[in-house]
Design a protein around this ligand. Sequence first.
Ligand code: ZN
Ligand code: ZN
Length: 158
Amino acid sequence: MSPTPVDQSDNRHHGGCRCGAVRFSIDDDPEHVSYCHCADCRRATGAPVTAFVGFATERVSFTGERPATWVSGPVTRSFCVVCGSPIAYFDRRIGGRVYFLLGAMDAPQNYRPTLHAHVAEKLPFLHMPDGLPRFDGTSVARPRETTETAESRTRSAD
Ligand SMILES: [Zn+2]
Ligand SMILES: [Zn+2]
């Protein structure tokens, strides 16, 4: 295991990329922790299922290298230019939120997902019998997407 640079800030939550060039910290607790089964996340990470920890953008600070970004429609994904690790995604339809890859957090065991999103795209051999709520599409309503109405109706207050 390679050493992780010590973050000198007093922030509560810390994370970074595989090589340590990108470091970030957040001084508030996450608003959202979820699994995503969508094909876009699958391509972006190479993993059969992805998990994200969502924070208010204004509470996040970056140190070291700025991550590079790649834009696809309303979604911007960021990654380390040195080691290629995925860092986060932003959705312009959900202002003021950043969703870090759960695996980019320094203490991923502290962020227990509370739901599964995009289970309509879940791989058929993947079974996660955890009893968590499941959404065919997104779990956080995107205001300009009419297809989100069904999930908006059934989602719990968050
Ligand atoms: Zn890196
Ligand atoms: Zn996804």
